[in-house]
Design a protein around this ligand. Structure first.
Ligand code: ADP
Length: 418
């Protein structure tokens, strides 16, 4: 029996999942870190060794392939030996805003890189650092962690490379990007899941892995979570009801519209189209505890429409599906009964979700057939029933919501992205 290992580097910690050939979970590991961590590369390295060390020995020697996912747009610069020359820039770091003017002058209008947190904007900001002269490689978090396992520098995958400006349709760096003449090695980009190399002999010896255990090209955390869901056909979608509302719809057609924050990741022959709204669980959390949400939801009749017309936001502004940076939260009038208020909030979010899927389809994505749901709100059957009334397609639970599980499927070769 050959096993596969998926490793997820998320925002609050790292997780690992070992699966068998049927996709059954045999072992799970986790390593949390403090968000105030200063020395991120040491922290990631320790987390990686900690996860490998937690895998029971009997499974370690059966693992045939390993894949890693990292947070999208977390990047670092290394010297020619792979040693970081400065601190990494994390996914949500917006210091790249300073480079947007320069980027706007050369990138196509509305391109994905034209965001303060894109990998390319971050790279241009890093170019001004005194340490830049020592840099030879730009790597994403998942690329660098993969390097620690297989020892090859300058390798990435087309999911991580999207926000660096890599053309995922033509599978090459575009001419406008080459014009920037950034004096270091941009990564060579491979399809996620493609074997890159065998596990380094030292790691094999230290941890008791198989000598021919392969390390494959990785992916990003949100795509890994999509892969875990079970969605695989055009028209299938995943709604994430976490702190924010994130929609992803699998399609045969690519959809891009930076005005709405909509872009598509390549998924083999298909495209993973999507957008994210600022509405979501964070608004519920402002008014209700998780316990209150369960109690009050049970008092709502989801077959009845709420008369309240809310657009739940914590602060003004949304991009998708309404693109208006000044859009005001609509949370009035507030009824005396808390369950009526919650009914209005859930219904408002269901309407925003419905509009989001309509927008993706209007822009050319395949027609919606099924929705898998993940995130803290997925357990709420009242919300599911309300969403069902608006969305009019079957809503099912994701098979699994863990990015590490999706990444383990990628390692197994179950998902062909060539
Ligand atoms: P994150 O995006 O932070 O990872 P999670 O997926 O952990 O979010 O979900 C947390 C959110 O889920 C919180 O904002 C919380 O309000 C919401 N939530 C928790 N329980 C429920 C519930 N029963 N119904 C609706 N929302 C819920």
């Amino acid at each position: 029996m050959t096993l596969s290992l998926g490793i997820d580097f998320g925002t609050s910690g790292a997780r690992g999942v070992v699966i068998d050939e049927e996709g059954r979970i045999l072992s799970q590991m986790r390593h949390c870190w403090h968000v105030e961590t200063v020395d991120w590369v040491t922290c990631w390295q320790q987390a990686l060794w900690s996860l490998l060390g937690q895998i029971p020995g009997v499974f370690r020697k059966e693992i045939g392939a390993i894949a890693i996912n990292g947070t999208s747009s977390t990047i670092l610069l290394t010297d020619e030996t792979g040693k970081p020359v400065d601190a990494p820039l994390l996914y949500n770091d917006s210091r790249g805003a300073m480079a947007l003017e320069r980027l706007t002058a050369i990138a196509p209008p509305n391109h994905t890189v034209l965001s303060a947190t894109s990998s390319l904007a971050k790279l241009l900001w890093m170019q001004e650092l005194p340490t830049f002269t020592k840099a030879r490689y730009l790597l994403h978090q998942a690329d660098w962690l993969g390097f620690l396992l297989h020892g090859k520098l300058g390798i990435s995958d087309y999911h991580n490379a999207l926000k660096l400006g890599y053309d995922v349709e033509k599978l090459q760096y575009p001419a406008w990007l080459q014009q920037l003449q950034i004096p270091l090695n941009l990564p060579q980009v491979f399809p996620p899941g493609i074997p890159i190399g065998e596990l380094l002999p030292q790691i094999v010896a230290d941890f008791g892995f198989k000598a021919d255990c392969l390390v494959v090209a990785g992916t990003t955390d949100s795509i890994a979570a999509f892969l875990a869901s079970g969605a695989k056909f055009p028209g299938e979608a995943v709604t994430s009801l976490g702190s924010t509302l994130v929609l992803k719809l699998l399609s045969r057609h690519r959809v891009e519209d930076a005005r709405y924050g909509i872009y598509s990741h390549r998924l083999g022959d298909l495209w993973l189209t999507g957008g994210a709204s600022n509405t979501g669980g964070a608004v519920l959390k402002k008014f209700f505890s998780d316990v209150d949400l369960v109690r009050l939801s049970a008092e709502i009749d989801p077959t009845q429409a709420s008369m309240l017309d809310y657009y739940p936001l914590l602060q003004p502004g949304d991009r998708f599906p309404v693109n208006d940076p000044h859009l005001l939260p609509k949370l009035e009038p507030r009824p005396n009964q808390n369950q009526e208020f919650l009914h209005g909030l859930l219904e408002g979010m269901a309407r925003i979700e419905t509009r989001g899927y309509e927008l993706l389809q209007n822009l050319g994505a395949d027609s919606l057939t099924h929705i898998y749901t993940s995130g803290g709100g997925a357990v709420n059957s009242t919300w599911t029933a309300i969403r069902q009334r608006y969305l009019k397609v079957p809503i099912v639970s994701s098979i699994n919501t863990e990015a590490a599980y999706g990444t383990a499927l990628l390692a197994m070769g179950r998902i062909n992205l060539e």
